[in-house]
Write a protein that binds this ligand. Sequence first.
Ligand SMILES: *Cc1c(COP(=O)(O)O)cnc(C)c1O
Length: 379
Amino acid sequence: MMNVPFNDPGALGDELAYVGDAIAQGRLASGGVFTQRCETLMEQALGVPRALLTTSCTHALEMAALLLDIGPGDEVILPSFTFTSTANAFVLRGARPVFADVRPGTLNLDELRLERLITPRTRAIVPVHYAGVGCRMDAIMALAAAHGVAVVEDNAHGLFGSYRGRCLGTFGALATLSFHETKNITCGEGGMLLINEPRLVERAEIIRDKGTDRSRFLRGEVDKYSWVGVGSSYGLSDILAAFLLAQLEAAERIQARRRRLWESYRARLDDWAHANDVLLPTVPDDCAQAYHLFYLLLPTEERRQSLIAHLADRGVASAFHYVPLHLSPLGRRWGYQPGDLPVTERIGDQLLRLPLSNGLTDEQQDAVVAAIHDWRERA
Ligand SMILES: *Cc1c(COP(=O)(O)O)cnc(C)c1O
């Protein structure tokens, strides 16, 4: 039996050589040459004024909350169907998370149900481009502008995806990326803050560098650096930046491979899905997706658990995804009840993710598809 891991990040070639170069440079902390190369590469690839490499997407979200001066009494609107960090970053500053439902097709923040959640206390809207498929950013940006609310895109899934021809991560005042080992491009743990509002750049650098103007010092703009604001330690080690640069330089190859795997799943599972009341991912025509996840929506939670167990018997690791935040033990503190966000609750029970990673081989994918087809015969 072939074992198929859910995620196999794998190195692509140049990572070790670049890490060796970083060590040879003798500068292992943040802000070194590899950090600068990663940031410049991303600023040019995405067309953002400033990209700051961070220790994680979680920390980039925390920086966003600090930059927007989020505090007690503020409300932040975000989908319940997301990772804890999307909420934690703002809750840590004392804000109240206001959970929005998602659209049944894309599983993205439902912009049609957004306006009724906006109050005079709303300070930010945090859309998540689930699976790397863009939210309806034109509607979200228009609503945010009408109410004077900032937009922070949690783009952990959507690097190199686009909506109406524009890169995800370039719509909000701020956006975040993840380079965690489960993401398309990785250095194990890492992230990035994309700053689309130039007036936020200087403070962002200070927040990342322990409240100092070290970034200006490294650029030779000041002859010593000092404590100029509040901040923390959100800079990525140059050793990890070196690993990351190799991955970013291989981005086209990575994305092409993931696209081939994703399209192969869809083509080979389409008939099976129709015959078994299973839904495959929806990608609207105006979205170029990032091929981050391939998921199935089973008709019931029982069927999903049955398929997960069957795949495990065949050596295939599959996974459900987010347990809705509004019904989690912490989320309930804000008074949420079952039934409040019906689409989120339903898909939380139905969704199953198939193995999709840079290391997945054609033979492994064949084994996944064959195992799924067998399950139907036994069901
Ligand atoms: C992975 C992920 C994060 C957290 O990323 P880290 O880099 O691990 O901190 C945040 N939001 C979403 C939607 C994610 O998928």
